[in-house]
Design a protein around this ligand. Structure first.
Ligand SMILES: [Zn+2]
Ligand SMILES: [Zn+2]
Length: 303
């Protein structure tokens, strides 16, 4: 019997800080879906790891953000219809997740979403990003354990351990391999992998991803099919079944801003409802990344 983990990369404007034009509709979608997901999780009693960009924890900011790739005072940037408060801050959304009936985990997704292999991401910059994230969360009474690397670029891992993190989301073993693509083209829907979390050389637990719920192919293909034939729903349900029958972790993830059209919301509803149903009729567990890390580390300590 395995378990299912859901992680969310919640970043609002920070996910687009490197764009010359900030995509208002994506940022607003991110806010809307943030609330929608929280309510869906409440309704179905499903917990998730919310990896949230650290700057969103702030109520206001006086930092100059010197040396930031998006420029000085980047968090004062606004758009025609969005104030800086709606783009770069989200304490209300974070408080709402904390106040949920479900025991979610709040983790980190960097402080300003500069990815960890960016040319400006020196060790010093990375340490500042982590330190600022930990501080901003602590101000809200939250202790961070899980880290999701912005844009999934994994680097400076040793610094995570130094800043008190216990785990991170590693790369999916199935990630865009030629064979996986070939299988997808010939048999339609490959089963996403169950992953085996492992302790790395810094004592951190790598909880790899199994399935991104809005991969390009899935989006394109589902646009012409009903939700019942949505290839991503099929993959997710096969992954959930796999976790019911076998050991290992089925780890799904997405960004709230991926949910834009009715079809996107139908996809998420279908997956969450299936998970809810399968859990009721089996011993399947739903865990947060931090819970997986704790389980893996304590099992290792016993060996
Ligand atoms: Zn700021
Ligand atoms: Zn991100």
């Amino acid at each position: 019997m395995g378990s299912v983990v859901i992680s969310l990369d919640a970043e609002l404007g920070w996910g687009f800080h490197d764009r010359p034009e900030l995509p208002e509709h994506h940022i607003e979608s991110g806010r809307r879906a943030w609330t929608y997901l929280r309510e869906s999780f409440d309704r179905l009693d499903i917990k998730a790891t919310w990896a949230i960009t650290g700057h969103l924890f702030l109520e206001s900011c006086r930092s100059s953000h010197r040396g930031h790739p998006a420029g000085r005072r980047c968090c004062t940037r606004e758009t025609a219809s969005l104030t800086p408060e709606r783009i770069w801050f989200a304490r209300d959304r974070i408080e709402a997740v904390r106040a949920s009936a479900v025991d979610h985990e709040i983790g980190s997704h960097g402080f300003t979403h500069v990815h960890f292999r960016h040319e400006k991401m020196s060790e010093e910059f990375a340490a500042r990003e982590l330190e600022a994230s930990v501080e901003a969360a602590a101000d809200c009474g939250i202790e961070l354990s899980s880290f999701v690397f912005p844009v999934n670029r994994i680097d400076h891992t040793e610094l995570l351990a130094e800043h008190g993190f216990t785990c991170y989301r590693g790369a999916s073993p199935a990630k865009s391999g030629r064979l996986a693509k070939l299988a997808s083209a010939t048999i339609g829907t490959p089963a996403p992998p169950l992953v085996e979390p492992r302790v790395d050389e810094y004592g951190l637990v790598d909880v790899p991803a199994s399935l991104f719920l809005f991969n390009f192919e899935g989006v394109a293909r589902s646009a012409v099919t009903s939700v019942g034939r949505d290839p991503v729903v099929k993959q997710a349900t096969r992954g959930i079944d796999n976790a019911v029958e076998n050991d290992g972790v089925f780890h799904m993830w997405c960004h709230p801003h991926n949910l834009r059209t009715d079809r996107d919301f139908e996809r998420i509803d279908a997956i969450l409802e299936y998970l809810h149903r399968r859990r009721l009729e089996s011993d399947l567990r739903v865990e947060t990344m931090a819970e997986v890390a704790e389980r893996v580390r304590s099992r290792r300590a016993r060996i």
